[in-house]
Write a protein that binds this ligand. Structure first.
Ligand code: UDP
Length: 350
């Protein structure tokens, strides 16, 4: 598509290949598009967003030689350095092409990137393009992580090198955008305002600003909404551990029997990657409904849903808080543990 207005500016967005990271990046893309920017998404080949659902944007796959597969089978700490290594040259070449053809893409005003895509700053710096970091985790988590890194640097706290490799990248952005709520995280935000030398902006919760948009990489099974429609207010427990967490067999079977025997109505998301464990599906009866992927925001907004058994990753946490749905926290890794503590601190607050 040829850009009609000669002065139209373009923002290039670089998401990482995970649902919880792609969603806020696409939501931000819509916010910027509504402000008049043309949008180019330089997306991963692994787990790509469906470009046909977003005809407003230009999608350019970052050719990093990694095939498409369920991210729950992958080791995050292995694939991220590889992606960053492989993606440098193609990303550089895309940017050069875009800069040479402003009549097609618009003039690049900045690149917004996910912190896992740290190749961005090196390439952008070389081409003298400004970058903005979009933070898709909670501010409280990053404050805790930075404190750990300092303890590690001071030799107080051991941490695997592979994790440090990703988390300790030095960022050189012009600004940082947090998908968070100022009133919820004002303490952690002021910590960053004191420690980071770049402007910090909060924009969250993005899912409320762009509430009508569907960002799912997997197909949503909407049959569960008809099932919830038949239930009484606050009677259903929604159970989902997001797009990456995989329970081991023992926990999976215990969870299944715990739900089946609880006399509690439940809607449980069991992704295909979890079904290698035998699910005693015949034991579900009328009390439960199981889907491979749910329209989660719609589910949490439904009056029949009274609780959320969650892994507490940041998108799910924000979505639950904004609908006022209390959570049963089952954090597994990354920011989930800190978010679970944040959730329990909020318990009882208005
Ligand atoms: N989600 C969904 N359907 C599901 C499970 C999750 O639409 O069955 C969405 C959820 O609304 C959230 C995202 O997937 O926006 C998951 O992101 P989160 O940060 O909570 O967890 P992650 O998948 O990164 O572990």
């Amino acid at each position: 598509m040829v850009v009609e207005e000669a002065e139209r500016c373009c923002v290039v967005l670089v998401p990482s290949p995970f649902q919880g990271h792609i969603t806020p990046m696409l939501q931000l893309a819509f916010v910027l598009y509504a402000k008049g920017f043309s949008i180019v998404i330089n997306h991963p080949e692994l787990n790509p967003p469906d470009s046909s659902k977003h005809p407003e944007f230009t999608f350019l796959p970052l050719k990093d030689g990694m095939s498409n597969s369920d991210p729950s089978f992958l080791n995050l700490f292995d694939i991220i350095p590889e992606r960053n290594m492989n993606g440098r040259v193609p990303f550089h070449d895309y940017l050069v092409e875009m800069m040479e053809k402003p009549e097609i893409y618009g003039r690049i005003s900045c690149i917004v990137y996910d912190h896992l895509m740290y190749l961005t700053t090196e390439v952008a710096d070389h081409l003298k393009l400004p970058t903005i970091l979009l933070r898709v985790s909670s501010c409280a988590y990053m404050e805790a992580a930075c404190t750990f890194f300092q303890l590690k640097a001071d030799n107080y706290f051991p941490m695997p090198e592979s994790q440090l490799l990703i988390q300790c990248q030095k960022y050189l952005p012009s600004a940082i955008i947090w998908n968070t709520i100022e009133n919820l995280e004002n303490q952690a935000l002021s910590w960053f305002q004191q420690h980071d030398r770049v402007p910090i902006f909060t924009i969250g919760p993005l899912h409320k600003i762009t509430s009508s948009l569907h960002m799912s990489l997997a197909e949503q099974d909407t049959s569960c909404i008809s099932w919830i429609d038949t239930q009484a207010p606050n009677s259903v427990l929604y159970v989902s551990l997001g797009s990456i967490v995989v329970m081991d067999k023992e926990e999976f079977v215990e969870t299944a029997w715990g739900l089946f025997n609880s006399n509690q109505l439940f809607l449980w998301v069991v992704r295909p990657s979890a079904t290698e464990h035998d699910l005693p599906i015949e034991a579900v009866g009328d009390r439960g409904h199981i889907v491979k992927w749910a329209p989660q925001k719609e589910v949490l907004a439904h009056p029949a849903v009274g609780g959320f058994w969650s892994h507490c990753c940041w998108n799910s946490t924000l979505e639950s808080i904004l609908e006022g749905v209390p959570m049963i926290c089952r954090p597994c890794f990354g920011d989930q543990n800190v978010n679970a503590i944040l959730d329990s601190c909020m318990e009882g607050r208005p």
